[in-house]
Ligand binder design. Sequence first.
Ligand code: BGC
Length: 760
Amino acid sequence: MNPRLLSLAAGVFALLFPLVAQRGPQQPPAPKGPWMDKTLSPDRRADLVLAEMTLDEKISLLHGGPGGFGPPGGPSAAPTRSLGGAGFIPGIARLGIPDLQMADAAVGVTRGASRSRYSTPLPSAVSEASSWDPKLAYEYGALIGRELRDQGFNMSLGGGVNLTREPRNGRLFEYKGEDPILAGRLVGQEMKALQAQGVIGDIKHYALNDQETGRNIGNVILDKRSMRESDLLAFEIGVQDSGAGAVMCSYNKVNTDWACENSYLLTDVLKKAFGFQGFVLSDWGGTHTTTKAALAGLDIEMPGSNYFGDALKQAVDGGAVPLARINDMVHRILRTEFAVGLFDLPSAPKVVDVFGGLEVAQRVAEQGTVLLKNSSGQLPLSATAMKSIAVIGSHADAGVLSGGGSAQVDPPGGNAVPPPPPPEGAAPGRGGFGGGRGPVYYPSSPLKAIRAKAPNAKVEYNAGTDPAAAAALAKVSDVAIVFVNQPTSEGRDVDSLSLPDDQDQLVKSVAAANRHTIVVLETGGPVTMPWIGEVSAAIEAWYPGIRGAEAIANILFGEVNPSAKLPMTFAKAETDLPHPTIAKATPTTQQLATSTPPFVAGGGGRGGGRGAMAPFDIPYPEGLKVGYKWFDAQDKQPLFAFGFGLSYTTYAYSGLTVTPGPQPKVSFTVKNTGKRAGAEIAEVYAELPPAAAEPPKRLVAWDKVQLAPGESKTVSLTLEPKFLSIFNVEKDAWDLVPGDYKVFVGGSSRQTPLIAALRM
Ligand code: BGC
């Protein structure tokens, strides 16, 4: 060949080769086959693919493949197309079945650092829930969906909706509070938004995984009526509002059967009663059997193939699991992939919209931060009047706290408060608390944000480690803003509802030195506040995400008028809770002496030394009385009630009318009686007739009303009959109990100035 042509060919080859090498394993050929006809229904398309599949191919879709976290014991070394998310199931190129690339994404897309990917660290889900705003929940889900898709993932592992039965639960920051209707409505919007981006949504952890302590061995005991009316209702609403493609079953047992092999939960309730058409995947390492789990309704084992690989094939060959059940599992997966668009939307990775993400993150933090106390108009602060401000504690000079575990979004640029190096030989951790890594702070500095708001004031920082030094600074400042926190993480619950590290003492010392003391809380859930009577203002900012500092400063200085309300009760003391202490395993002396690894009563790890622990019960005899329903029924005064949250303006409620009928209508007026524009979350509760034997009241509807100063608006809401009903276990159906109902309307579960009768 002519040497010039040769070198040209070599040049072209050199240019092409890297592309070929990169694209080869990543991109399966474009799908073809009659199932690519988009005019057919997802079910029909799934059947057309299913008809072409061998048993081996079917089984290959029913368990995790190489490249997820791998079976407990370490990540798999096998070759993989996995993008490094938490889970991976290889597709089938000959049929155009896409790889399932799953990423944990409860509060943003996780595990980015290992591949130099950026994702927006959103405020915690409990912050989203505090907005009570379905539109904001949609935006939250849309952002996560977009960022998953931009990074090549097509399935999310987010959407946690376990109710706050246990306020010390280390994962509350991933969940949406204690009320099933609020949590269910919000998760429904989030999943709907996510799936509109062509990403499969997953709601978890089904069900009753309400504490991390012993999550791999605990047996939750709860009656069916309470389950259906509370914990499972959140899933029911979420699944039905969104058509979510996946539900993750949880680690724990429920009424003696593991959640992932519990035919009542998976088949009778989720698939039959709720009409769920998607697939059930196990939590990571949460599968315990082959035949029992398959027959109970589990569709996918994650992250490995201990039970749903060869063992499942043998169970089919031996007749223990009918082929019809395997076909049902595969059909559920394929019909979801068609319904959500995985076959039709080509993967189009791109750089995530960083700036758009920051804007959403800030808005969620602003809408989710709850003003708990504001004596004598302490807040908002006036930037011009302020000469000196003390900013104290919680690393407020460097960043804001985030929640740990599999939901942890990697901080851009690394942890703003690097922990001491892990002990030599420690296993690499995932998330905030594993392998010796401390809690993660996002680089959003409240100190800087406050300085930016008050450029003429002297704004000084004190770490808060020495209460006397902090008090000395507070004494010479116009106001003292004390940041306090409660780090929480998957895999462990908090020891108590008290703030750790003597922070209560810090607040008390500062408050004693300066009567203008404002407390900003960064917690995953409720804490006790023995100092609340001594401070002039308090705000609950939760884990406020990558723009947390800016959001907090906007609230402190009044650029944003707070409107959030608590999605869970804050108790005055643990003795007021249905469970003053967390249920734990009690090891026998024999177990203590012989167990290897050593017995850990709290063990919440993934595989977690399961064999070494004695199973134990987590009874919930309080049944229907979750959160405010318990406090109302016991007539106990909480520290802050469910649905409570202040504003810089005030609202008045009037003119309640209730129109009876199969779908009762409620209408009332809310007026902004103050001087600032604001948004009021107006809450509607119902009391059922005595024959229903229910707790005093339940949330049945709400609306968020934007009001200019002096403005009034009429709110009209329809009450869903199911939300007024009870679950009749004998009939296995919802029942509307005839009789006299009461409707309460107001700004919190404990402040309902309007009351009207409703006869049903
Ligand atoms: C968590 C799940 C998570 C999974 C994969 C489990 O330990 O409980 O919420 O999706 O790991 O990371």
